[in-house]
Ligand binder design. Sequence first.
Ligand SMILES: [Zn+2]
Length: 299
Amino acid sequence: MPELPEVETVRIGLDQVTIDKAIKGGEVLLARSIAYPFSVAEFLDGITNTQLQQWQRRGKYLLGKLVNSQQEHQGWLGVHLRMTGQLLWFDRAITPTSNPESTQEFTQTPIHKHTRVRLFFADNQELRFVDQRTFGKMWWVPPGLEPSEIISGLRLMGAEPLEPEFTVDYLAARLHKRQRVIKTALLDQNIVAGIGNIYADEALFLSGIIPDTSCAALTLPQITKLRDAIVQVLETSLKHGGTTFSNFLNVQGINGNYGGVANVYNRTGQPCKVCQTPIERIKLGGRSTHFCPQCQRNL
Ligand SMILES: [Zn+2]
């Protein structure tokens, strides 16, 4: 599942290809990919003949600000990729050269079978929402409304971990006296925005914290280490994820990319890069959790 660094990488890519471009229309191939408005026709009406002024990211949500030709606000285009969503840019006016895979995609006439929504731009350009598992969603937020009034996941969203608001005090206050385990708390979007399974496991490894430690049992020095580790793993990944773009937006490189530098995630049974102890896996809150029993001892 794309997490903060991957979604941010997509946001940067969207900014590169769609800004100031007019949406001429669209096609919805799977109605349930549109979360709002409830009518697909109303969704298409809302976004048609608008242009994208900028893309923002909040947690794992992408928010495209829409304006008309007079630069008047026309609402927001919201996207959540969930597990398998991808936004792919097709530009038939330019022959891609740098990425053989994109060339292949590009020359395919039939659209990919998991294509759910197509947004058409001028000059034969197109943004496709491809989503195999179909949990991904798009929203059109009408002008005059805040995205959080329509997209419920934004309402109680926690701090952005790469912004100054994500302080040790903030994290300590959110974890204070909570009985649930720290791994599960880190996945709660209302505590830290944009963290998922990969970065939760990696941050706990870097901070030496046992994943099933109760939040209430964490000391301030531990929370300080954890806060710094979260920032570190996200920034490292962002650096790697930002290099995968050519002429299309790829959410693909993500796991694979960070996989190369992961210390524990998806490395069950393999030797810890620090101490050679085999990495262990347990289930916490229904999610696979990877850790080193030697390096993570709450010291
Ligand atoms: Zn270790």
